[in-house]
Design a protein around this ligand. Structure first.
Ligand code: ADP
Ligand code: MG
Ligand code: ZN
Length: 497
């Protein structure tokens, strides 16, 4: 019998919420690069007698993400203690949520086959605190040959939203798309910076394989799943899942049994290794945290958050495709971040053609951002200016080459649009140079029969050439020198083979 292996994947993603202070105390969340153990207090160090106080902003951001994912936000939810011993957890329990999470039952869309979208169900979104960080280091000179482990509690107590998907993903590529889509969403919402390398978004991937009858699609055998940790890039997620598929197939083909286990992705070696067999919920001895009252999301809070939701990125992407007729990839690129999408739309709103603005933003603007390693917020040219520049090209008052020169003058010398145009000969007066040549070329191309007649020496009295000059003058709204236009036409016709 012929069979195939169908991957089944579900992701658990921890998103660091963009609050200024920690979830249960007023310590700063700005731990990257901070001196170890400086952003700490009795609460986040778990000292006896210290009491947690919930940060309302963290709840708001969690609700915001939940609503954007179309989850049902519970009006009353509870924090639980998840008990386990590990040096990065000073209280020996993590404050998390268990059977009463902040939100349940949502969805996120990724692109499916062709023009369709694929719906990935969200199981739940809950709030919890982050743990500290262990730093393992070789001898630091104090003890010959010894190794040390240090602990830094600056990250302890930083607010996280854990977003759990249903096992609806069917390939490493889909998993990657899901993560990309979620990252774009949390960035749009201002819920998180979504920076995977800095640990603001941490992905755990659960994967199992269904052995399926190729002919009937019937599931012959469903292997045990493993959970992969420690992937800190999109590429790593894809590679880890691909490796894990090969490994699980290997075990199943050899007639072995897969174990429910947690595995560690080793990016350097490109392999996963077993960390531990999966702990069950009862291992954590969950119980409601007696120090924290239930979270009550009042109707007014829900309303406030709902009204602050922006247009969702996938909606915007679709709108870019439908309203501005942009190709899918271009629309996706322009809708990737809110500031870039805003920039693009402001240019368009100033009257320039969407297709041309799209080109300019994707090539010229992104090039400058890359070269200077800046974000669009720091881009020196206002969208209205770029819009006006592009409009001059739309109206054929400026050639693309001249527009590019003007653009560069604005960027490099910090000139205003007017000044840059003046410096490059201007458009206010007569059309000249490249712009005029472009216009003449366009007119010639639009009147091939007239051109053929002139070339066939059927224009003794020069009437047909005058007709072409007239067309060019009309295109230039009279803003060109007819004699120069005549010379250009002559030159271009003579250059024809
Ligand atoms: P746990 O208690 O181990 O966290 P959950 O039921 O909460 O288990 O599921 C955790 C993740 O595992 C979810 O993202 C879910 O989609 C995924 N998952 C569940 N069953 C499977 C499976 N058979 N194969 C792959 N992933 C799965
Ligand atoms: Mg879990
Ligand atoms: Zn603190």
């Amino acid at each position: 019998m012929k069979y195939t292996y169908q991957p089944v994947i579900g992701l658990e993603i921890h998103v660091q919420l963009a609050t200024a202070t920690k979830i249960f105390c007023s310590c700063s969340t700005d731990y990257i690069g901070a001196e170890p153990n400086t952003n700490v207090c009795p609460v986040c160090l778990g000292l006896p007698g210290a009491l947690p106080v919930l940060n309302g902003k963290a709840v708001e951001l969690g609700i915001k993400a939940a609503m954007a994912l179309s989850c049902t936000v519970k009006d009353k939810t509870v924090f639980h203690r998840k008990n386990y011993f590990y040096p990065d957890l000073p209280k020996a329990y993590q404050i998390s949520q268990y059977d009463l999470p902040l939100a349940e039952g949502g969805e996120l869309f990724i692109s499916g086959d062709g023009d369709t979208l694929k719906r990935i169900r969200i199981t739940r979104l809950h709030l919890e605190e982050d743990a500290g960080k262990l730093v393992h280091s070789a001898a630091d000179g104090r003890l010959e040959g010894a190794e040390f482990s240090f602990v830094d509690y600056n990250r302890g107590g930083v607010p996280l939203a854990e977003i759990v998907s249903e096992p609806d993903l069917r390939s490493p590529g889909e998993a990657r798309e899901y993560v990309t889509s979620l990252r774009r969403l949390v960035r749009y919402l201002g819920v998180s910076d979504g920076d995977m390398e800095r640990g603001s978004m941490r992905v755990d991937a659960n994967i199992s394989l269904q052995k399926t009858d190729s002919a009937t699609g019937e599931i012959l055998y469903w292997g045990e799943r493993s959970e992969i940790k420690n992937m800190n890039s999109l590429r790593a997620i894809e590679r880890a899942l691909e490796y894990e598929i090969r490994r699980q197939i290997g075990v199943m083909e050899a007639g072995g049994a897969l174990e429910r286990e947690t595995r560690h992705w080793n990016d350097g070696e490109g392999t996963t290794t077993s960390m531990r067999s999966k702990e069950a919920a009862h291992d954590y001895r969950y119980f409601p945290d007696p120090d924290l009252p239930p979270i009550e999301a009042s109707p007014s809070l829900l309303e406030k958050v709902r009204s602050s939701l922006p247009e969702m990125p996938w909606v915007r992407e679709m709108r870019f495709r439908n309203e501005y007729l942009l190709p899918e990839a271009d629309a996706a690129l322009l809708a990737e971040t809110m500031p870039l999408a805003e920039y693009f739309e402001s240019c368009v709103r100033s009257g320039a053609s969407p297709a041309r603005v799209s080109n300019w933003v994707r090539t010229e603007v992104l090039r400058v951002l890359n070269e200077r390693s800046i974000s669009i917020d720091a881009f020196p040219m206002r969208p209205q200016e770029l819009g006006s520049l592009v409009r001059l090209v739309d109206e054929q008052k400026l050639s693309t080459t001249a527009a590019r020169e003007t653009f560069n003058a604005m960027i490099e010398k910090g000139l205003s649009l007017e000044k840059a145009l003046d410096a490059s000969g201007g458009v206010g007066g007569k059309l000249s140079g490249d712009a005029l040549a472009d216009t003449v070329r366009a007119v010639l191309a639009s009147a091939p029969d007239v051109v053929a007649e002139i070339l066939g020496s059927k224009d003794e009295k020069g009437k047909k050439k005058k007709f072409l000059i007239g067309l060019v003058m009309k295109e230039a709204r009279g803003q060109a020198d007819a004699a120069v236009v005549g010379e250009l036409i002559e030159k271009m016709l003579n250059a024809k083979p």
